[in-house]
Design a protein around this ligand. Structure first.
Ligand code: PAF
Length: 279
């Protein structure tokens, strides 16, 4: 596996592969890799001639400096995991390689950032769109892979990628869960055993909502019931539970035929998100 740390080397590499008619699959990450990332790698390997994984903890998407500081960084372990999966390139740039110039572009996300993570993490999606756009410019992939765990992020990246016409096909991949149902996340490594047990109750709460809908429950009632369940979990502080239309991300109506439940919660000071198609 090649480790590239400069923007120019990355672009030259990509140009050479594409010049030979190859297809590049790209997985942008912030490191602290887990099985969820590796499932994206496996899919990218099946669908491309070369796979590039970037590891860059992007400061512009953190609205809270303590969160940025404590974000797990496990370079050696990440490199080993990618090597074992025969990834072709690990792109590991510094902040100055990614942002050589001060860029304070404001992206218009056409309403997709107006609820859930948007108001709770001001500036977060602007930073995500900024870094993804920049990484796409450097890596020039044909396909880019993102997990559905970050449901709103995926919807925004899909929308912005087609709006900015960068020619990259965005591929969403299913959330990978632990045996207890907990959605795999780099942040899980910050939890104790007991925190992990509490966190798995997010999944059982979402499953509860799904069962209520299967039994004909009304969205407004299921929302109240599921919120109460989450609020009663000791050690879990609920930030939001929202039911939205999975395409528009707008707040549900009782007549909606499809509903995505999205949740953010804090456990042991760690912020976790999850989501599920409940209807
Ligand atoms: O999902 C993530 O890990 C990050 O938001 C991403 C897409 C790598 C951008 O920094």
């Amino acid at each position: 596996m090649k480790i590239i740390s400069t923007a120019s080397e990355m672009t030259n590499y990509s140009d050479a592969i594409k010049g030979e008619g190859g297809e590049l699959g790209f997985i942008p990450t912030m490191g602290a890799l887990h099985e969820g990332h590796l499932s994206l790698v496996a899919q990218a390997k099946r669908e491309n001639t070369q796979v590039v994984v970037s590891i860059f903890v992007n400061p512009t998407q953190f609205n809270n400096s303590a969160d940025l500081e404590k974000y797990p960084r496990t370079f050696e372990k990440d490199a080993e995991m990618l090597r074992l999966k025969n990834v072709d390139v690990m792109f590991y740039p510094s902040i100055s390689e990614v942002y050589p110039n001060h860029n304070n572009l404001e992206y218009e996300m056409d309403g997709l950032d107006k609820n859930m993570e948007g108001p709770n993490r001001p500036g977060h999606f602007n930073g995500v769109v900024q870094v993804v756009t920049r990484l796409f410019d450097l890596v020039k992939p044909n396909h880019a892979y993102f997990g559905e765990k970050d449901f709103q992020q995926l919807a925004i990246i899909r929308h912005m990628s087609s709006k900015l016409k960068n020619g990259v096909k965005i591929i969403g991949c299913e959330t990978i869960r632990s045996e207890t149902g907990l959605a795999l996340s780099s942040r899980n490594t910050l939890l104790t055993e007991s925190g992990l047990q509490i966190a798995s109750k997010i999944y059982s709460s979402l499953m509860f909502a799904q069962r209520q809908f299967a039994n004909g429950g009304l969205a407004s009632q299921v929302l109240v019931q599921t919120t109460a369940i989450l609020n009663n979990i000791e050690g879990l502080e609920l930030e939001y539970l929202e039911f939205v239309n999975p395409s528009s991300l707008q707040k549900y109506s009782d007549t909606e035929s499809e509903i995505q439940a999205c949740v953010a919660a804090h456990i042991e000071g760690v912020r976790l998100i999850d989501n599920m198609r409940v209807k």
